[in-house]
Design a protein around this ligand. Structure first.
Ligand code: BTN
Length: 246
């Protein structure tokens, strides 16, 4: 028996996150993984489009939680660790690094994007859609920042999307259990061990301002601790960070 929630695989959807939202809004609570070979309206963080070319993985875990929204958002780090484990399986240990909050980079270019969406349920709990897009076979062109695919760094072909999802879902379940039983600390530790750019200068583009400083590490809740040039400490809870060119 699989050690993860069931997988429902579609040929085509507008977006696996949108499908999870529709299901949640009609009362479905999961847990279930929803995947699609093609997305016609995949979306990313901050309203950006996300393209899913043939051979890439688009999947969303629909689940329900009793923890408050701010804490539930920590599942994005769980997802990043699971995706990094999948990258290790394909590329070898250390083949991928994590960039705050939850991008997975391969040789400095983005290969995985994660988008967690949520909403209230009538019973007071929260539904969560943990969406993960993985460039297994192809990388999009013309992106704002460099993108890559696993295939570009593999000697053999990358796994088929549903085979990759089996690995991803198992690793997600392992990290999720750790989070449920021991809290955010071991997740933060795992993330920090694989993080790119800690201790380096970076630019944090927030919704309404841009800050520069040194990325010191994760706070207890997943915020990025940014030491500004005047010595003040800023907790970054939303936005994008850029180190050097990426
Ligand atoms: C980002 O880096 O901006 C996040 C990208 C998230 C893309 C995935 S693909 C599966 C799921 N369905 C969507 O429409 N988005 C997420």
């Amino acid at each position: 028996m699989a050690d993860h929630p069931p997988i429902e695989a579609y040929d085509e959807l507008d977006s696996t996150n949108a499908e999870a939202r529709r299901r949640a809004e009609t009362g479905e609570g999961g847990p279930v993984w929803i995947s699609a070979r093609r997305q016609t309206a995949g979306h990313g963080r901050r309203g950006r489009a996300w393209s899913t070319e043939a051979g890439n993985l688009a999947a969303t875990l629909l689940t329900t939680t009793e923890v408050p929204p701010a804490e539930a958002a920590q599942l994005s780090f769980v997802a990043a660790l699971a995706a990094c484990d999948l990258a290790d399986t394909c590329l070898g240990p250390g083949g991928a690094r994590l960039k705050w909050p939850n991008d997975v980079l391969v040789h400095g270019a983005k290969a995985v994007g994660i988008l967690v969406e949520s909403g209230p349920r009538p019973d007071g709990r929260l539904w969560l859609a943990v969406g993960i897009g993985i460039n297994l076979a192809h990388a999009p062109t013309g992106t704002e920042r460099p993108a890559t695919s696993f295939a570009e760094h593999m000697a053999s072909p990358p796994p088929a999307p549903l085979d990759a999802l089996e690995i991803l879902a198992s690793r997600f379940e392992a990290w999720r259990r750790l989070w449920t039983t021991q809290g955010f600390a071991p997740i933060a530790q795992g993330w920090t061990a694989r993080a790119q750019g800690l201790g380096e200068r970076c630019e944090a583009r927030l919704p309404n301002r841009t800050l520069t400083g040194v990325a010191e590490g994760l706070d207890l809740d997943g915020a990025l601790r940014l030491r500004l040039d005047d010595g003040a400490l800023e907790r970054i809870t939303a936005g994008d960070v850029f180190f050097g060119g990426a």
